[in-house]
Design a protein around this ligand. Structure first.
Ligand SMILES: [Zn+2]
Length: 509
């Protein structure tokens, strides 16, 4: 049992208890010190003044993709063609068996270098080359890759994607949004060996423990990645719990194919459970916006017009729905799809999830609240979105409107979008509280949310987003004994310990 420090249960029915009693993997009692007499044989853990709270749940994390990063070439700091050529050649040598040469990390807040096909061709490698953008929403490919993908001068843009061209009409290698789905799937195929992939997932997941993360929602989980999680769970080698959000291996598409016939939302156990399917309303780079800046209308991007049908098919097949939406038009498009599902299937508990909620309006906050939707947000986005926005705000919409959503009654769930942004929950929460970027931009400070509300979003809110509020996210009898011990004594709170199923899995020095 745990005592000797503040206990934050995230449960209004048991505020301020003195002890939490654990037996096996489960919490059996929460309450006053007198409980100690009822459980005389339970070993005691002294919190030594530190705070006990439920373990963090990262409700939007691409663990199965991030896990493979050590095997991809890293191009985060690449700032010119020579450095890129060197990185491509190093990767080709490091992974000689891989069909594609895959690198990642271009973009976000890195150097302003924007490579194209010719830069990759300069490496003179005979295999196709793909350089994935750090957002996982676009890439640059080599000429050999364009050939492999069957993309030529006359290839039309896919709906929701763009094949970029040189002035003379030749594809220049930049594939935006859905134009990169096939390049992603084909270049990932060489890394799908279940044994090695499982080892990488376990290694990456152990890192998460140091930051108090005990569970993740894998926010675009291919069928192959789902199989890897099940394999790890079977052998007892999965360090964190995973809620898989089924998606095609072709990232960003709304076509779930045969997966709709498989296990549905809620199936599984506390280690690996099926969550909502992941669908897309708009892009991550080409976000669908219609806003005003300084009185001038600004329109950008487009919505994915196959969302409504895909959402309805998935809901009818027994799945809950999570929709990526970044721009305000994307958010409205997602809200329309949720409304159609509710009209078709009735007023039950749909637990609709809006992933990101990048740009929203007061009207969309109310619409989401009316739908009882959950906003799965990323406070860490304050850093890179804040920097990219250059401090420009809209007349009629808000970036990352954490307080707007919460005050309208929308449950917010905390998450990172790792590897598209850093994952440590306390680092992310700090940004969601300060709304200040490292470059000194104060990014819509009115949309700040306090640290304690972020702790709730990373526990109770994220468990609710996953439909797992009866299993985790609070400290209450019958729930998982997954904890974070938080040291709030210093200038910044830090994770002192992480516990899973009543076992200490991380103890900070
Ligand atoms: Zn994501």
């Amino acid at each position: 049992m745990f005592s000797g420090g503040p206990i934050s249960t995230m449960d209004a029915s048991t505020p301020g208890p003195e002890v939490v009693v654990v037996q096996g993997e489960t919490i059996v009692a929460v309450g006053a010190r007198a409980l100690l007499e009822r459980y005389p044989d339970t070993p005691t853990v002294d919190l030594a003044g530190r705070t006990l709270l439920p373990g963090f749940i990262d409700a939007h994390n691409h663990l199965s993709i991030a896990a493979l990063h050590p095997r991809f070439g890293e191009a985060t700091a690449v700032a010119d063609r020579d450095a890129l050529v060197a990185a491509v050649r190093a990767q080709a040598a490091a992974e000689p068996e891989a069909d594609w040469v895959r690198l990642w990390g271009w973009g976000q807040n890195g150097p302003g270098y924007a490579p194209l096909r010719a830069d990759l061709d300069a490496a003179e490698i005979d295999r196709p080359i793909v350089l994935a953008h750090s957002s996982l929403h676009q890439c640059v490919v080599s000429s050999a890759a364009l050939d492999r993908l069957g993309i030529g001068r006359s290839t039309p843009d896919p709906q929701g994607g763009e094949i970029a061209h040189d002035p003379d009409g030749t594809p220049n290698g930049l594939l935006v949004e859905r134009a990169w789905s096939d390049a992603h799937a084909q270049s990932m195929a060489a890394y799908a060996d279940p044994d090695r992939w499982a080892d990488h997932v376990a290694t990456r997941a152990r890192l998460l423990l140091r930051d108090g993360v005990v569970a993740v929602h894998d926010a675009a989980c291919s069928p192959q990645a789902e199989a890897v999680y099940h394999r790890l769970a079977r052998t007892g080698d999965l360090p964190v719990s995973v809620l898989v959000m089924p998606h095609s291996a072709r990232l960003l598409t709304n076509d779930l194919g045969g997966r709709l016939d498989g296990a549905t939302t809620g199936d599984g156990d506390h280690r690996v459970r099926v969550g909502p399917v992941k669908l897309f309303a708009d892009g991550g780079i080409a976000i669908a916006l219609d806003v005003h800046v300084g009185g001038r209308r600004m329109r950008y991007g487009s919505v994915m017009d196959d969302l409504g049908g895909a959402a309805l098919r998935a809901a009818r097949a027994g799945f809950r729905i999570a929709v990526h939406a970044m721009g305000n038009l994307g958010v409205d498009h997602a809200t329309t799809a949720f409304t159609r599902v509710r009209q078709a299937l009735g007023d039950g508990d749909h637990r609709f999830r809006l992933e990101h909620a990048g740009v929203t309006t007061p009207a969309s906050w109310r619409a989401l609240a009316d739908l009882d939707a959950v906003a799965v947000v990323q406070p860490g986005f304050v850093e890179h979105v804040g920097i990219q926005s250059g401090g420009v705000v809209f007349d009629d919409a808000h970036w990352l409107a954490f307080s707007g959503l919460a005050d309208a009654g929308v449950v917010i769930a905390g998450s990172s979008d790792d590897p598209c942004a850093p994952y440590p929950p306390l680092w992310c929460a700090r940004l969601g509280e300060s709304r200040a970027t490292s470059s000194g931009i104060s990014f819509e400070p009115d949309q700040r949310v306090d640290l304690d509300d972020w702790l709730r979003a990373y526990t109770l809110g994220a468990a609710f987003a996953g439909g797992q509020e009866h299993e985790r996210g609070r400290l209450a009898p019958g729930l998982r004994a997954d904890f974070v011990v938080l040291d709030r004594g210093g200038p910044e709170p830090r994770v002192a310990q992480t516990w899973i199923a009543g076992q200490l899995v991380h103890d900070a020095p």
